[in-house]
Every structure is written in structure tokens, then in C-alpha cells.
Ligand binder design. Sequence first.
Ligand code: NPW
Ligand code: ADP
Ligand code: K
Length: 481
Amino acid sequence: MRGVWTTEHVRSAEERLLAVTPEGALMRRAAYGVSVRAAKLLAEHTGRVVGTRAVLVVGAGNNGGDALWAGYFLRRRGVAVAAVLLRPEKAHPAGLAALRRAGGRVYSPETAAEVIDSADVVIDGVVGLSARGPLRPDAAAVFERVTAPVLAVDLPSGVDPDTGAVDGPAVRATCTVTFGAYKPVHVLNPQHCGDITLVDIGLSGELGEPDLLQLDAADVAAAWPLPKPEDNKYTQGVTGVAAGSSTYPGAAVLTAAAAVRATAGMVRYAGPVADVVRSHWPEVVATGSIFDAGRVQAWVVGPGIGTGRQSKEVLAEALGQGVPVCADADAITLIAEQPDVLDARDPDTPLLLTPHDGEFERLTGSAPGADRVGAAREAARRFRAVVLLKGHCTVIAAPDGRVLVNRPRGSWLATAGSGDVLAGMIGALLASGLDPWLAAGVAADVHARAGQIAAGGVPTSASGILAAIPDAVRQARSLTP
Ligand SMILES: NC(=O)C1=CN([C@@H]2O[C@H](COP(=O)(O)OP(=O)(O)OC[C@H]3O[C@@H](n4cnc5c(N)ncnc54)[C@H](OP(=O)(O)O)[C@@H]3O)[C@@H](O)[C@H]2O)[C@@H](O)CC1
Ligand SMILES: Nc1ncnc2c1ncn2[C@@H]1O[C@H](COP(=O)(O)OP(=O)(O)O)[C@@H](O)[C@H]1O
Ligand SMILES: [K+]
């Protein structure tokens, strides 16, 4: 798992490390890492390093200091370096002196147009951990001119370091070089960070428990349920699916099929379109009602069921069986409109809610807003449920405060029915006995992989994502390149 630390925790770790490190050493380590990545970027874009041109955009603090020192190291590799100082009186003195000594030139935003236009790379040292709000007008005007690839120092300026939110002009980087630890912006707004490099500055011993986590392929591979020699179709966990209606039969098919694709074992369907489900997926054991569905080890309830009286009875029945429940789509709206349905649930019965932003607002009374992690955490506590907040970077919060952030693989999942596929996979993983928070994270990871595989660079559909689930699991298990 990849750990992610808030700026508050990174700062206190840095303070402890600074106290035992010679002055300026950490900044030079950081800056050297920036210069190495900048040289690579230059080589990728121009085919050379010597004789290329770098522009540093330098703000008022240590982030600007990193950029200035990186400029110093780039000078030593034969790069022409121009520093655009946004706040000359506050530019990092030692960094600026080093750059000048090495032959770097200094500009103001007003005099920099020509060097910006001829830059081969631009290094964003406007602001780092202390960033508040969007780029200010002077910095925004500089970046409006930029056409060269941008390397962001620590994080793209103008993006909130702790929420990844953008509320005005912000740097969109080709790559970001960060130091010591990943910060929330790197997992919550990867689209502004570009390719991310973590430079070791010796901080790891000072960092405590991470604030957020991101799964890697090994975590997914280790968690994904596989049949063992002693298993039969029941022992792997039977998934129950209560989805679909005569208006939305597709939701039933997609949800049940995703559960079939996700694990071996058995899937039961209970609902009004049993015949449709059976005709598409003969391996699903389908009945007309949840009340005669037989035993399951987890329920997925909600996609396409509507929000009427009968649907409420179905949800209450699932919640009352004492097995984990994934409440998706209409089931979330039902809980929002008629919260007494939750009375059927023993508080210890695991519940997983999978809202998109609109459903989240219905459920909690307010939109997730800029702080999506905070919003998901709060909702998880309030409902004593795992909350999977959908989006480009899906956030999964547990009632005890643990948070996973899913790594997006493009935006291919933004297609009708894709959420039904996710719900079916989650149901299958819950039935296998996985911890609900991990089940949601693992399903979201495979869902994103499946979307990318299905798309292969061109738009796909929910059926495409469904068909790609086995390849996505193979990819996570390193069974395919
Ligand atoms: N500590 C360490 O061990 C190490 C730290 N390192 C580096 O230090 C960085 C943190 O440096 P930092 O704390 O000096 O602040 P930093 O982010 O440069 O901001 C400076 C000032 O910018 C301003 N400002 C705020 N918002 C703004 C906006 N939107 N647009 C424009 N300006 C804005 C605001 O000043 P104001 O103008 O409000 O007076 C703020 O005080 C960190 O990210 C890493 O790169 C590395 O060297 C490794 C070792
Ligand atoms: N821009 C995007 N980038 C990546 N994933 C996205 C994007 N938009 C939506 N998704 C994902 O697609 C799925 C859509 O689910 P949902 O909104 O329930 O759709 P539906 O109701 O049509 O099935 C979620 O898993 C969500 O995280
Ligand atoms: K920056």
C-alpha cells in the first residue's frame, strides 16, 4: 500500500528531521532530485540536456528555494537557466545566490515574456506545502504564457495540497517531483500532477501512520478471492443481487454478471426480472423475490430497483439478514428519503454505501464539496458504514477513519451502467468475506483497470467493462504483462 500524509503531518516530520540535519541539506537533496527529473524531461522533449533552456518560476518561500537550487544544479549540466522572481524581496537568499554564481539570469514577470516563450522546460516553484487558494494573478499570467512542459516542485501551484481542489488558475504539470512523502494532492488530483516522482530526503523514519492509503497491484492480488482445493460453490461465499425492474432490467443483468465475473462460487438473483437475468447468465440462480432467494453471504441491493414501498421492503429484508450489504443507487436514495429503513439493520451488520455526488448530497444533506476525503469520512462515521464516494478519484472511508483513494486509469468509467458493474464486484468480494473497506477498494481498483483495458484508447461501455474484469484481475495478479 502506498501511504499518503497530510501537509500538517509532513511538516511536523520535516521539523524533526531538520533539527538533526545540517542547514540547507534537505533543500539541496530535494533540489537535486528536481534537477535530475528536469534533465530527463528535457532529454525526452528535446533529445538533449546541454544547451537547452529552463525557466524557474519562483515564489516567496522554500518551494522557490528548491527551484533556485535545482536551477543551480541544471546550470552545472550546461542548461541555460532563467529565474522569474514573483516576490524578489522574499526569494530564497541562498538559492538565489547559488543560481547567480552559477550563471543563472534573473527576471521579473514583466520582463520574462521572451525567455518563457523560448523555454524547453518550466519549473514551478511558486508555492508548495504552504499553498492557499488558486494561483495569484501575477503567477497565473506567467503560466498562461507557458507552452513548454512544466515540472511542478512538490506539487502543482494553485491546487490545494490537502484536498486536491482547484478553485481558479492552477498549474497543470507534465510531472511533479515531491519529497519525503506523498501528499493528498498527489492521489486526489493526479490530473494536475502528471507523472509523479518521490525523492527520498530521509523523512520516512519521522512519518507516523499514513492519513490516506492507495492500493497497489500486490494488495489487490493478495485480496482477490480464488477457489482453494477444499472449496465448493457455497464455501466461497454466495452473492445475492437484488437489482433491476421492468423499467431497468439492464441494471439487474450488469450487477449479477459483474458478481459472476468477479469470483467463482455462486450468484443468486432476486427480483422482478429473473427471466432476463437467467437468459443472459444461465449460471445465476434467479428467483422473483428476495423472500424466497435462499441463503447468501452478502447482498447487493439497489441498482434500478426504484424507491417505492416494495423496494423499501427488499432493502429492509437484506439489511435484516445479518450479512454484509452493499446499498447502491436507488437503495441510497431510499435510505436518504426513508432513513427508518435502517432500523432493520443490526448496527454490527457491515453496510457499504456507494454514492455518486448527487446521491451523497441526498444522503447527507450536503454535496461533498472541495474536501471529498473529509466528507466521505464524516458520512462513514454518521452511518457507521463504509462510504465509497464515486468520482475520478474514488474515495473509500471506513467508520473508524481509514481512507483509501483509488487510482484512476483514465475516465473510461464515466459511462451508463458502470456503477452497476462496480456494485456487483463489491457484492462478490463482500460475500467472499473480505473486510468491507478493503473489498470496496479492491473492487474500485479492478473496475478502473477493467475500464482501461476495455477502452484500449477508445470509448467503451458497461458491457465492455464487465467483459474486461477477468483481464483486469489477471493484470493485477501479474498474469498478463
Ligand atoms: N521544510 C522542509 O524541510 C523542506 C521543504 N521543502 C520545500 O519547502 C516547501 C514549503 O516551503 P514554505 O513553507 O516556505 O512555503 P511555500 O509553499 O514555498 O509558500 C511560500 C509562500 O507562498 C505564498 N503563497 C501561498 N499561497 C499562494 C498562492 N496560491 N499563490 C502564490 N503564493 C502563495 C505564501 O506567502 P505570502 O505571499 O502569503 O506571504 C507562502 O508563505 C515545500 O513545498 C518544499 O518545496 C524542501 O526543500 C524539502 C525540505
Ligand atoms: N471522470 C471519471 N473518471 C473516472 N471514473 C469515473 C468518472 N466518472 C465516473 N466514474 C466512475 O464510474 C462509475 C459510475 O457510477 P454511477 O455514477 O453509479 O453510474 P451508473 O449509475 O450509470 O452505473 C463510478 O465507479 C465512478 O467512480
Ligand atoms: K510548486
